[in-house]
Design a protein. Structure first.
Ligand SMILES: [Zn+2]
Length: 352
């Protein structure tokens, strides 16, 4: 039988589950949604039925932020859906606070197994503890070297460890997920698909037998995944890693139901991969054109307007700086830009 043609993204579940409620999206697969206090105002989480030898159970995927609203929503889910059925394991796709925030709380509550990749587990602990180059002072030095004015310095330092305010604690110990590994959940094989560029070792979970892929933040239906250079690896080329990672989703059957962390479940992963490749190609071209039109070499901060076309607050500025540097590095490593450090210590780029 020929696979059905999908020529535009399909959204088979247009109705978002209410806080504390779940929507079944595939056999044994349930969607729930938690609020986020940001411009991106929600995260999707997943509950998977996980019976073993006829004994019912659950596997949870991702946690939500550590705040009272999310704890209350979980409490409601526990009362109305999970009940007394044991939670066997908690899987966290990556270290970002909306995904890992309540990991310790859920693990303690359920006494369940906790699964993550090593890159994500150790990064979570490093960020939580201001270790390994993740402090606000080190972030400031990175932004300064990329031309950001001192305007945001005080606010950035006052903000301190932003991660710690959204993650209450982290499990001390984990079970390691590895790319290509197969987990058996509810008797079905789920393949671990590790992607890079958004976080060090982000996990998607793909069940070809159910025709479902929990994509996490690696493949979202509307917004493009944040791809940033961070302070601890200031010479990184995460856009290369991201663009190398996303073809994995194109190889999945077109009718695969993609379960993203933000937005609606969708079909048409290959179309979304095409669109993201085009989006980044356009962004790179925009940046190159801005540098070609400039009368002098420019730093990343000077290019934010070109890349984002709107006024940004501190939170958005830090993300935007990471993204701008990621695009500049990608062009630089491709030989399309040159760069030099000025006497002020700021890195500036020009068309090669
Ligand atoms: Zn993320």
């Amino acid at each position: 039988m020929a696979a059905p043609m999908i020529s535009s993204l399909e959204f088979p579940f247009p109705d978002v589950p209410a806080p504390g409620a779940v929507t079944r999206v595939a056999p044994g697969v349930y969607w729930l949604r938690m609020a986020l206090p940001f411009a991106l105002d929600h995260i999707n989480l997943w509950l998977l039925e996980d019976s073993v030898d006829g004994a019912p159970g659950w596997t949870l995927v991702d946690c939500g932020l550590a705040n009272d609203a999310t704890r209350a929503a979980w409490t409601q889910i526990i009362e109305t859906v999970i009940g007394r059925t044991p939670v066997r394991r908690l899987i966290v796709t990556h270290y970002h606070p909306d995904h890992a925030g309540l990991a310790s709380w859920l693990r303690t509550r359920f006494q369940c197994e906790f699964w993550m990749t090593q890159g994500e587990y150790l990064t979570a602990h490093a960020v939580f503890n201001d270790a390994a180059g993740y402090s606000a002072e080190e972030a400031l030095a990175f932004y300064k070297a990329n031309g950001l004015s001192a305007e945001h310095d005080a606010e950035l330092l006052a903000r301190g460890n932003f991660y710690r305010r959204m993650v209450d604690a982290l499990p001390r110990g984990y079970r390691r997920l590895i790319d290509g590994q197969t987990l058996t959940i509810n008797g079905q094989p789920w393949q671990v698909v590790v992607g890079q560029g958004h976080a060090p070792e982000h996990v998607s979970l793909w069940s070809s037998s159910l025709g479902v892929c929990i994509s996490g933040d690696m493949l979202l239906p509307k917004i493009s995944t944040n791809v940033s250079v961070w302070t601890i690896e200031p010479e990184a080329d995460p856009l290369r890693l991201f663009l190398q990672s996303i073809p994995r989703y194109r190889q999945m059957p077109a009718e695969t139901l993609i379960l993203p962390s933000h937005g609606l479940p969708f079909r048409g992963a290959h179309l979304r991969v095409d669109a993201l490749e085009q989006h980044h190609a356009e962004r790179l071209a925009d940046m190159e054109a801005a540098l070609r039109n400039a009368s002098e070499p420019l730093a990343a901060a000077a290019l934010l307007e070109t890349l984002f076309r709107r006024k940004l607050d501190l939170h958005q500025t830090t993300f935007a700086m990471g993204e701008a540097v990621a695009h500049l590095h990608h062009l630089f490593y491709a030989g399309r830009l040159t760069r030099r450090v000025g006497s002020d210590g700021v890195l500036r780029y020009a068309v090669a």
